[in-house]
Design a protein around this ligand. Structure first.
Ligand SMILES: *Cc1c(COP(=O)(O)O)cnc(C)c1O
Length: 357
């Protein structure tokens, strides 16, 4: 039985993407070779890379002021690379702390300059998005657009802020963006884009070259811009699969269509969480993530948590257990999760109520 994968990441990919990706492992593009064994300098792979970059530019409406990079090291390496490349000594960057990932980004940025945490929701275990005033004297404002672990999401990005540097690992390409507000966007591929192994970085080129510190070659965005992400061997297969996902997004109506579907899927699951007396959400309703729906057993029903996970698994809805730091449940319903998958989960919740309510 094909299961519905609700894992937070590595996560579900669109079925047609997996099919095409499997085919390319056997024989890529009629070459008689696997995508896994061809040169990153071959014209066939260069075409993959070119299409991946062009699709990102098309979907986000990027002009030539922007560079699109496919790097390694995960989103976690961007926590320090962003500050290393963008934050000059003696200047300040502003960070909003909305969870585990923001906390890590703040820690790493502090290695390179002054970091002001302008707001935090730590006081309530990050179950809401805090209010903040955009500082005028910061070089950039760092935000985490979607908090994968806690299940909150920034719905609106501020006007009149310094360029936003944004960790979009778990909601990139889930909705249209006002790109002019941003200076740099990064995303590990393994949540909403592709397999683990590549990190997408989109950067406004005029923000680079302003720091005086020495940057190791591999950690300097300019290196990868100059060599079109092929200074060294890029993560070819993750880039290929990400390219297939981008193709799938375009074929399925682009970012507006993704957003529409994501909203309707999220409504299905949140409506059930709110209706079903056995369950309860724990994030502020206005900040609820369209990508990671977190919830708990309602008060008095905590003893049924293991039985619920078992019921989900038995129905083919896997990966529901919440992150170890918050507990409870988390249904990750990224772009690739079909509406039928969310329906299947809602049915499990309803059956569970009949049996245990
Ligand atoms: C998963 C995740 C990360 C960490 O990504 P890695 O690629 O494992 O380093 C960072 N930020 C967010 C928002 C994430 O969801």
């Amino acid at each position: 039985m094909k299961k519905y994968n609700f894992s937070a990441g590595p996560a579900i990919l669109p079925a047609p993407v997996l099919k095409e990706a499997a085919k390319a492992v056997k024989d890529f593009d009629g070459m008689g070779l696997s995508i896994l064994e061809i040169s990153h300098r071959s014209k066939q792979f260069v075409a993959v890379l070119d299409e991946a970059v062009a699709s990102v530019k098309e979907l986000l409406d990027l002009n030539d002021d922007w560079a699109v990079l496919w790097l390694t090291g995960g989103a976690s390496s961007q926590f320090f690379m962003t500050a290393m490349n963008l934050l000059p000594q003696g200047e300040k960057a502003a960070y909003v702390n909305t969870g585990t990932w923001s906390t890590k980004a703040i820690k790493e940025a502090k290695l390179f300059g002054e970091v002001e945490e302008i707001a935090s929701s730590k006081d309530q275990n990050f179950n809401y998005i805090p209010k903040y005033k955009s500082p005028k004297d910061a070089v950039y404002l760092h935000l985490t657009s979607n908090n994968t672990i806690f299940g909150t999401q920034i719905k609106k990005f501020p006007n009149d802020a310094p360029p936003i540097v944004c960790d979009m690992s778990s909601d990139i390409f889930s909705r249209p963006l006002e790109i002019e507000k941003f200076g740099l966007i990064y995303a590990g591929a393994q949540k909403n884009l592709g397999p683990a192994g590549t990190t997408l970085v989109i950067v406004r080129k005029d923000l680079l070259g302003k720091v005086e510190r020495q940057i190791p070659t591999m950690l300097d965005y300019k290196t990868h811009i100059a060599k079109d992400s092929s200074f060294n061997t890029p993560p070819c297969y993750p880039i290929y699969v990400s390219m297939l996902t981008l193709r799938w997004i375009k074929k399925n109506g682009g970012l507006e269509a993704m957003q529409r579907k994501n909203k309707s899927k999220a409504k299905l699951i949140y409506d059930e969480i709110d209706r079903n007396p056995l369950f309860e959400g724990f994030t502020a309703k206005k900040d609820r993530s369209l990508m990671n729906a977190t919830f708990n057993m309602a008060e008095g029903h905590a003893d049924k948590a293991d039985a619920f996970v078992a019921a989900c698994n038995a129905a083919g809805c896997v990966g529901i257990k919440g992150h170890r730091s918050v507990g409870g449940f988390r249904a990750s319903i990224y772009n690739a999760m079909p509406r039928n998958g969310v329906k299947a989960l809602v049915e499990v919740m309803q059956e569970f109520e009949k049996k245990h309510g």
